[in-house]
Design a protein around this ligand. Structure first.
Ligand code: NAP
Ligand code: ZN
Length: 338
């Protein structure tokens, strides 16, 4: 897409396959709300022309001389980042998503060569260093797996970090692309799951995905009746909400984890935090190693995203529908239409 316009077809070429590279023919590409925040300039400076997309599933078409883990024809995935410094303590500890120099995003990021700008998954193919590619089991539905590459890992990672499991009460705020994956993973991990949503029409879907309870938040009274109950609440909402309402729902030493990226700051009352010694934390996608662990977990538990498949020419309309919370629950682009 060019500046302040709708997305339009654009031709470009990828780099040649280097010794550590995997060349991938993209089959499926998910639409994340981050594509829209970026494309609509809500997060500041961006580089045009922009090729969004960081939920990629495809097949290997060529590999470099040093690549032995991937072979031509294999089904693979690429998520939100395609490089990192590889030398800082976080990278060396297997947490390259938290690279101290900053990870290199799959789109709209300056490559480590200091010149090129990454171009993402709304395209036919991509060339990625093998260290940032994961294997996708043949038993997984490839289209329904694309959203796991961002939405899935963004919820799986904090659920694991904060111990979601049997005996834990987990709340998920917002049943969108991220939120619905959170419900599926938290439920499969054995936690008791409550969805907080501003869309009554999503109730049956949430319960069908494994939620134990569904609370519509449009009537503020609901916050009075669920105080001090939750061990972990994950906020996936893309717009500003009153976090103090949700802090009050958290039990002693519980945590509110921020993954939704509303562009504006949130006002927090100190009183909402110090009662029950509550914590607010953030979490950003997850490391490549955990992405592979999540895909293997998804294969074992038969977890995929609920998707609506679209063609390239429908992306602009799909973006509007995502902003209107009108997607059940992730758009995935059939990349053969690019
Ligand atoms: P999405 O599909 O649009 O889902 C967001 C959900 O938030 C909606 O389905 C809706 O759920 C709720 N919502 C939207 N507008 C609202 C409003 N005005 N008031 C109350 N609730 C509202 O978006 P997504 O792709 O899941 O992404 C969610 C956010 O996470 C975005 O900001 C995205 O940039 C961010 N993100 C963060 C990371 C990370 O690493 N931390 C990774 C990916 C994305 P209900 O209808 O159920 O209320
Ligand atoms: Zn994303």
């Amino acid at each position: 897409m060019a500046e302040k316009e709708k997305l339009v077809p654009w031709s470009f070429t990828r780099r040649d396959v280097g010794t550590d590279d995997v060349q991938i023919a993209i089959d499926w590409s998910g639409i994340c709300h981050s594509d829209i925040h970026t494309g609509r300039n809500e997060w500041g400076e961006i580089n045009f022309p922009l090729v969004p997309g960081h939920e990629i599933v495809g097949r290997v078409t060529a590999v470099g001389g040093n690549v032995s883990r991937f072979a031509v024809g294999q089904r693979v995935g690429v998520g939100v980042y395609v490089d990192s410094c590889r030398t800082c303590e976080n990278c060396l500890a297997g947490m390259s998503n938290y690279c101290r120099e900053g990870m290199t995003g799959t789109f709209d990021a300056l490559e480590r060569d200091g010149k090129s700008i990454t171009k993402g998954g709304y395209s036919n193919g991509i060339v990625v260093d093998q260290g940032y590619v994961v294997s996708v089991a043949d038993s997984l539905d490839p289209a329904a797996t694309a959203p796991l590459m961002c939405a899935g890992i963004t919820l799986y990672s904090p659920l694991k970090e904060w111990g979601a499991g049997p005996g834990k009460k987990v709340g998920i705020i917002g049943l969108g692309g991220l939120g619905h994956m959170g419900v599926k993973f938290a439920s499969a991990l054995g936690a008791q799951v409550t969805v907080f949503s501003h869309s009554e029409s999503k109730r049956a879907d949430a319960l069908g995905m494994g939620a134990d309870d569904f609370i519509v938040t449009t009537d503020g009274k609901v916050f009075e009746t669920h105080k001090k109950q939750f061990d972990l609440i994950i906020n996936t909402v893309s717009a500003p909400i009153d976090l103090n309402d949700y802090l009050e729902l958290i039990a002693l030493d519980g945590t509110l984890v921020m993954v939704g990226l509303a562009p504006e700051p949130y006002p927090i009352k100190a009183f909402s935090m110090l009662a029950q010694r509550r914590r607010i934390a953030g979490s950003m996608i997850g490391p490549v190693g955990q992405l592979q662990e999540m895909l293997d977990f998804a294969a074992r538990h038969n977890i995929g995203s609920d998707i609506e498949v679209i063609k390239a020419e429908e992306i602009n309309e799909a973006w509007d529908r995502v902003v209107d919370s009108d997607v059940r629950y992730r758009f995935v682009i059939d990349a053969s239409s690019f």
